[in-house]
Design a protein around this ligand. Structure first.
Ligand SMILES: Nc1ncnc2c1ncn2[C@@H]1O[C@H](COP(=O)(O)OP(=O)(O)O)[C@@H](O)[C@H]1O
Ligand SMILES: [Mg+2]
Length: 342
């Protein structure tokens, strides 16, 4: 990979929640890169640390959560003739000037539930205008014109009317478009989309997915697309990170993930998609992954997936924590047996 292509490097990220009941290692050594302009899919079952990883990148992890280790290297491209710079986002103060300039402007995020990021007491327009004026030197009229332009760009019908509306007056799909317009209003180099279509019906979901792909193409931004839906991954993404219990267990391009995946967890996820199965009996049998997601307070020793793995080797998988192995350029797997080394 050309170093110029790198946008974000997440290195051994650890984000823990310190609760009275114990410590939740929500993200526990996650490693992956996001390249400029790519759509990276992040998949894994509920609770595996996808959202906490995303929130760590833009430094909005809620207390009692904290980044306790690792680096998030953001390769910032300078405007004009200045050199680019590399900033470790984990070292910034979450409410400091640098992070506030980056958050929402250079790296922005859309959430599953738009109501969490859209205010019920301000019009859609005022919120987008605020996002614009916070980061760009424009007068109110220009900001308003940009907001309308942005709403139009994301396919909002009658944008000059919608701008005066409140989020509760819009349908779910329109709210999602308004949130995307707000997230894109400063032309970020990375958009983090955290299950943005999960709450929508399939028709609206398809429209939002089409919209996101168009935006990525036309604006040249990277998208970190978080989902538990492998069908969406197949449609949307170029490269895929598979997470399990706070770690990346496999990373590859989307074709490799679907046709040559190696990690038993990735394979189990693939088999759990009904329409991907070949025979209907097999489809039913593999409809869900064996076993439960482990208790986050007490992660198993060795490989966190070993209690659910059909290839588990006693004395090895339940003892030794597997390391990430690069099996081909761009294809990494955290399992020595799956990598063909054992
Ligand atoms: N605010 C919080 N307080 C305590 N634990 C949390 C909090 N947010 C997330 N977690 C825990 O961190 C783990 C990862 O959560 P999350 O990143 O939200 O998973 P997902 O992959 O579904 O997005 C889970 O065990 C979850 O319970
Ligand atoms: Mg989540």
């Amino acid at each position: 990979m050309d170093n110029n292509d790198l946008l974000v490097e997440v290195k051994n990220l650890q984000t823990y929640f310190y609760l009275d009941e114990g410590t939740v290692r929500a993200v526990d050594g996650a490693d992956f890169n996001i390249r400029r302009g790519e759509i990276l899919g992040v998949v894994g079952e509920s609770g595996c640390g996808k959202s906490v990883t995303a929130r760590s990148i833009i430094r909005i992890v809620a207390k009692p959560g904290r980044i306790v280790g690792g680096q998030i290297l953001y390769h910032r491209r300078q405007n004009g003739n200045g050199q680019g710079e590399v900033i470790d986002l984990t070292q910034l103060s979450a409410q400091g000037d640098v992070m506030r300039n980056i958050r929402g402007a250079e790296i922005s995020m859309v959430f599953q539930e738009p109501m969490t990021s859209l205010s019920p007491v301000h019009t859609i327009g005022n919120q987008i205008i605020e996002a614009i004026t916070l980061h760009q030197r424009v007068d109110p009229q220009e900001a308003r014109a940009k907001a309308i332009e942005m709403l139009d760009f994301v396919g909002m019908p009658l944008p000059d009317r919608t701008i005066e509306q409140y989020s509760y007056e819009l349908s779910g799909g329109m709210r999602q478009r308004a949130m995307i317009a707000m997230a894109l209003s400063c032309h970020p180099s990375l958009l983090i989309a955290d299950e943005p279509t999960t709450a929508l019906d399939v028709t609206t979901e398809a429209q939002i997915l089409t919209l996101m792909r168009r935006l990525q193409r036309e604006l040249g931004m990277a998208i970190m697309y978080i989902t538990h839906n492998l069908g969406v991954v197949a449609q949307m993404t170029e490269n895929v990170v598979v997470m399990y219990m706070g770690k990346v267990v496999e990373q590859a391009d989307v074709d490799t993930i679907f046709h040559n995946s190696l990690h038993p967890y990735t394979q189990a996820l693939l088999h759990s998609i009904p329409h991907m199965g070949t025979k209907s009996i097999e489809r039913r049998r593999l409809a869900s992954i064996k076993g439960m997601v482990p208790d986050p307070y007490a992660l198993p020793r060795g490989c966190a997936f070993h209690p659910r793995c059909s290839d588990m080797r006693p004395g090895i998988c339940d003892e030794i924590e597997p390391q990430m192995i690069e099996v081909a350029p761009g294809h990494r797997v955290r399992c020595d047996r799956a990598a063909g080394l054992a």
